[in-house]
Design a protein around this ligand. Structure first.
Ligand SMILES: N[C@@H](CCC(=O)N[C@@H](CS)C(=O)NCC(=O)O)C(=O)O
Length: 96
């Protein structure tokens, strides 16, 4: 059994029934990456954060906080999943 990679610089803005969010959350599970998940329907303040930070209400959106504290907002499930795959690869390399 593996321990999920707990990541504190990433958070996923999403909601349960959004199909693009479903595939993104599935990828998180498969890659064993544990990020903070912010449901924009259950918590309207997260929708406001998303609008203010990313510029639009579209989900899923991955909030990425860089080492320098710079924050970026990634939309598009395909891009997010690709980013998460390289993140997992990088994390695995560091563990080796
Ligand atoms: N091409 C996008 C589509 C995302 C999308 O259409 N999300 C819908 C929810 S399923 C949404 O947020 N719609 C509201 C909006 O765009 O403001 C992706 O793959 O992530």
């Amino acid at each position: 059994m593996t321990t999920p990679t707990n990541v504190n610089n990433l958070s996923l803005y999403h909601y349960q029934s959004c199909p693009y969010c479903v595939v993104t959350r599935k990828a998180l599970g498969q890659l064993d990456i544990d990020v903070v998940q912010r449901d924009v329907i259950q918590q309207p303040k997260y929708r406001s954060e998303l609008m203010a930070g990313g510029g639009k209400a579209q989900v899923p959106c991955l909030r990425i906080e860089g080492e320098n504290g710079k924050v970026s907002w990634m939309y598009e499930s395909g891009d997010i999943i690709q980013y998460l795959r390289s993140y997992a690869k990088q994390a695995a390399k560091q563990m080796a």
